[in-house]
Design a protein around this ligand. Structure first.
Ligand code: AMP
Ligand code: MG
Length: 318
């Protein structure tokens, strides 16, 4: 079924075969995942991978996450280990990305991995994307479907706002449930969180029964998601704000300012998972309303709050 956007489609059998054909042809398409919408292409095809970088205007040193249907498919390209196997059993498919050593026989385009000897892999949970991954004999290189440094899209229409009709197919999967990018964990040596997400460090530590390292802020860029300016709504963002300045958009958690103009609650009931899932949606709403600046109140720094603080702190590097 088509809607008012000529390239946004509801998923069905016909679109599935059209999508597979398009991907085999080296095209790049917009796909829903449980984290954010992705810009997917054949990870084994240099042509498709280059298209992704070009469309996103992504620096070539910033590698892409490679998406698989299951562990067996992934084992064609990466060397797995006991930490990976444990976390895979517990959390996959789900919002967690693993950095592992690349196999010498891997067919993944070197461009996708920025020439590194490692590959970041993920198993997305969204049913539509899983159905597509099941039908292809290649994994999908898939970064978030936004121009580099912008806010990630959580609705198919956000993808359209980013790329318009430059994509032949954008599949509508409704709002992304998680709403922020996956946790990225490096498992090539002692586990290290490269990017916080809703599966947080404590949960992973309890599962693996080890202490995990959080990356040092000033260390070299191991994971380009560490780049300072990122996830930017395009207007100044200021953090830890106690008082509304009378004109900016004010983001907070709770219901203290319910129904007041300029106030946007991430979660009325103080649920940090919901708060994370609403962050980018609210950034985009605020930008569309024409505000010139965003103030954000202090956000608790535990659980999903750690991931929220990571994203808003980068968004504030304007
Ligand atoms: P995005 O595509 O915007 O969701 O971001 C993908 C994240 O995964 C970025 O932070 C990348 O730096 C990170 N990433 C992808 N591949 C690797 C890799 N081989 N090693 C380390 N980080 C990676
Ligand atoms: Mg991104």
């Amino acid at each position: 079924m088509k809607n008012s956007y000529s390239n946004i489609f509801t998923f069905n059998k016909k679109i599935l075969s059209k999508t597979i054909k398009s991907l085999k042809n080296g095209d790049v398409i917009g796909l829903p995942t449980e984290t954010v919408y992705g810009l997917g292409g054949n990870a084994y095809s240099k042509k498709a991978v280059r298209k992704i970088f070009k469309l996103k205007r992504r620096p070539q040193f910033n590698p892409l996450i490679i998406h698989y249907h299951n562990i067996k498919d992934a084992q064609k390209d990466v060397v797995t280990n006991k930490y990976f196997e444990k976390l895979y059993k517990l959390f996959c498919p789900g919002p967690i990305t693993f950095v592992l050593k690349r196999k010498s026989t891997s067919k993944i385009s070197r461009y996708a991995c920025a020439n590194l000897k490692t590959v970041a892999i993920r198993f997305p949970k969204n049913k539509t994307t899983r159905a597509i991954l099941k039908k292809t004999d290649f994994p999908l290189a898939m970064p978030s479907a936004n121009k580099s440094s912008n806010v990630s899209p959580v609705y198919s229409k956000d993808v359209f706002d980013e790329f318009s009709t430059k994509l032949k197919i954008i599949i509508n999967g409704g709002k992304c449930k998680v709403g922020i990018e996956s946790t990225v964990i490096d498992l090539t040596s002692h586990p290290k969180i490269l990017r916080p997400g809703i599966i947080d460090k404590k949960v992973i530590e309890n599962s693996l029964k080890i202490k995990i390292l959080a990356h040092k802020k000033k260390s070299k860029i191991l994971s380009p998601g560490m780049m300072k300016k990122h996830y930017s709504p395009g207007i100044p963002v200021v953090l830890n704000q106690k008082k509304h300045d009378g004109k900016s958009a004010y983001i907070y958690i709770g219901n203290k300012h319910k129904n007041k103009r300029d106030f946007f609650s991430l979660s009325e009931k103080h649920n940090l998972f919901l708060a994370a899932s609403n962050l980018y949606k609210i950034f985009r709403i605020i930008k569309k309303k024409g505000y010139k600046k965003i103030q954000i109140s202090k956000i608790p720094n535990y659980g999903a709050g750690i991931a929220i603080n990571d994203r808003i702190s980068r968004a504030s590097k304007f």
